[in-house]
Design a protein around this ligand. Structure first.
Ligand code: PLP
Length: 419
């Protein structure tokens, strides 16, 4: 999807200057756009007595971005020790952090329960016996099995490794209650990049029904219902944007009905990643080679270590060529990186303006699961991250990796176990 008109207006006229100053490639994020999306989300759920978004840190794990989320009143959804450390460095404690891991180690639990703890979202009933100390408040991740479909990113629930099954879920809360847990939440996360808002409405409905069933069976009360993340963004120009307003309106009426039936309204939590930052980032890269064989290949100075979604999911990312936005002659090309894998392609048989060496390409919607999914295969290095501030300045918020970074984990001092 072409980036927002305001991001484009602020970015494109300055892009040559930014690229010469910082060098290419880089991801650049739009602070104003991120804040606007944060505020839109809160506004949409204003009818819920207590609404909170826990930004899924894995989507864009950079402290400068997390600071924005914190200023907007959001918490953090963490699934690793480094994400936990980063969130705490920003001052998040206790109820500000939801720890949603899978296959959790005891080291992770120990760290999660330090420094004021966090909300533990348990992924398996057996973990109840493995938590170093049973906290006062607990949440389980629910996996509804074949009663719901999933999607390609997460897999169908029945085949997905996440969560507590339908057969186990009531028992999980029974055992937690018996063990002394006093406060409860329930969570699920079934799909990612889902553009159909009714899917999320069904998820909320499913969790509220289940919460009610568990409340009646066990005589407890749910503090919160967490419907996960998974809201989609329109990557393709023909995709319709996610209908946040309709989703929020329908979920809000479910919560109001719940209150009528049960006399109270649980809090509603979400942990969106992609929806919050995805459209507010782009990968800027320069064309460096043009190759004409059976197809025409435009080689750029970024590769899939900067953005692996196209290779991993066959994902579409819209591409603009700076200064050639409209009216320029077109051709069909593959846009490729330098990694020795043939799926290192940002676009396949895409009609684009004719690209010359030195042209700047803007690969769009890289603000979530973009830089964060980067890797070092083939000795390739991850690019820098920049942010376009609301005042129009551009700040580097992560430098590019260097060869020295890559070699740092090699062991030069002798470390041998003689057997
Ligand atoms: C990845 C993830 C999210 C965020 O998913 P999006 O599709 O980016 O909204 C939220 N919760 C959990 C548990 C996740 O693993």
């Amino acid at each position: 999807m072409p980036i927002s008109a305001t991001f484009q207006r602020a970015l494109y006229p300055q892009l040559d200057t930014i690229a010469s100053h910082f060098g290419t490639p880089f991801h650049i994020y739009d602070e104003a756009g991120i804040r606007q999306t944060c505020r839109g989300l809160k506004k949409a759920f204003a009818g819920i007595e207590e609404f909170k978004e826990y930004f899924a840190v894995k989507a864009l794990p950079n402290p400068s971005i997390l600071q924005i989320m914190r200023e907007e009143g959001f918490g953090f959804d963490c699934s690793s020790v480094t994400e936990l450390v980063m969130s705490r460095e920003l001052g998040a404690r206790g109820q500000d952090i939801m720890y949603t891991s899978n296959n959790t180690s005891s080291r992770e639990f120990h760290l999660a329960q330090e420094q004021g703890g966090c909300i533990l979202n348990l992924d398996d009933i057996a973990l109840l016996d493995k938590v170093p100390q049973l906290p006062r408040q607990i949440c389980f991740r629910y996996n509804p099995g074949n009663s719901r479909r999933g999607n390609e990113i997460i897999g169908t629930p029945e085949e997905a490794k996440y969560g507590v099954s339908r057969d186990q879920i009531v028992d999980a809360y029974r055992r937690a209650k018996k063990g002394g847990v006093e406060r409860f939440g329930i969570h699920t996360m079934l799909a990612s990049n889902e553009l159909n808002y009714t899917y999320m409405v069904q998820t909320s409905h499913m969790l509220l029904n289940l919460a009610e069933e568990i409340e009646e069976a066990l005589g407890l009360r749910f503090d919160f219902i967490n419907i996960g993340g998974g809201l989609g963004i329109p990557y393709r120009p023909e995709d319709a944007p996610f209908d946040l307003k309709s989703m929020a309106a329908e979920i809000t009426s479910q919560f109001l009905e719940y209150k009528q039936r049960r006399g109270y309204m649980p809090a509603l939590y979400m942990e969106s990643g992609r929806y919050m930052t995805g459209p507010h980032g782009v990968l800027v890269t320069r064309a460096i080679n043009r190759k004409e064989i059976y197809r025409t290949y435009i080689g750029v100075d970024a590769c899939m270590t900067a953005l692996m979604r196209p290779a991993m999911y066959g994902a579409y990312h819209h591409i603009d060529v700076l200064g050639k936005e409209s009216g320029a002659p077109q051709e069909v090309v593959d846009v490729v990186g330098s990694l020795c894998e043939n799926n290192d392609k940002f676009a396949i048989q895409r009609q684009l303006p004719v690209i010359d060496d030195g042209d700047i390409l803007i690969i769009q919607d890289t603000g979530a699961h973009g830089h964060a999914m980067g890797f070092n295969y083939n000795g390739k290095l991850r690019p820098q991250e920049l942010i376009l501030r609301e005042n129009g300045s551009v700040e580097m918020i992560r430098r590019a990796e260097t060869e020295d970074d890559y070699f740092r984990t090699l062991q030069f001092d002798r470390n041998v176990l003689e057997l």
